[in-house]
Design a protein around this ligand. Structure first.
Ligand code: ZN
Length: 243
């Protein structure tokens, strides 16, 4: 199981589960009821954005966030909840549902919706107001080691984001002790290949069409240079590896 990013809300519930029934107050209100017996299982949920809906302007508009987060992302979460209701997958995290549905033709719809739920929450955490620029610290060292330079990495990442044909995602991942740029189609997710995502950019048209129309290049350049959340990438790196 991937041990890196777990959607917010899942972390705290997972913590309760892993606490082995010890009653721990984490400000979860009703979730603490009865926790001395058996903590409630994790459930998938539509998590709040980690920023205000206009925080990414002018690079990503409030209107785009309204549709992208409020309509597209929400629809993936709602559909996942609907599909697992009453099944043995109810109560599992998006990551677990995605893992169990992967490769099953009869679970394609569930896989797509669970993976898109996970991918989108990861994406919202991959961007922030005042982001972008060159990272420092361990991640910079690894970028230089893996790509030769930040500039080479930037070129490779933007190329992946631009050349992903149709809908999909561009990712910075770590595999073993090397950073890699990968791209995935539709809802696919690198954790299923044993890679640990550090950052992603959503290149589905719904991510940029209102602001940039068909100019995906302008969108990915803006996100890369002004919004990428290197603190989040560093957190994902710390959880996974010791450099
Ligand atoms: Zn999207």
């Amino acid at each position: 199981m991937n041990e890196t990013f777990v959607p917010r809300g899942m972390n705290r519930r997972d913590f309760l589960v892993r606490a082995g029934g010890v009653c721990v107050s984490l400000g979860l209100g009703a979730l603490t009821n009865g926790c001395a017996q058996s903590p409630p299982p994790p459930v998938v949920a539509f998590s709040p954005l980690p920023f205000k809906d206009d925080a990414l302007e002018p690079h990503i508009s409030r209107q785009t966030i309204g549709f992208h987060y409020g309509k597209h992302h929400k629809a993936y979460v709602d559909k996942t909840i609907e599909l697992v209701k009453g099944t043995k997958l109810a109560g599992l995290s998006f990551q677990e549902i995605m893992k169990q549905a992967a490769g099953s033709p009869e679970k394609t719809d569930l896989f797509n919706n669970a993976a898109q739920s996970w991918n989108h929450e990861f994406f919202w955490n991959s961007v922030q107001k005042g982001g972008g620029g060159k990272p420092e610290g361990e991640i910079r060292t690894l970028l230089d080691k893996s790509f030769g330079s930040y500039e080479n990495f930037r070129k490779e990442f933007l190329n992946a984001a631009l050349t992903q044909f149709g809908s999909g995602w561009a990712w910075l991942v770590i595999e073993g002790d090397s950073l890699k740029v990968v791209k995935t189609a539709n809802a696919d997710n690198p954790t299923l290949k044993g890679q640990t995502p550090l950052l992603t950019i959503d290149v589905w048209e719904h991510a940029y069409y209102l602001d940039y129309q068909n100019r995906r290049g302008d969108y990915v350049n803006a996100v890369f240079d002004h919004l990428l959340n290197w603190k989040f990438a560093a957190e994902n790196l710390t959880r996974k590896v010791k450099v």
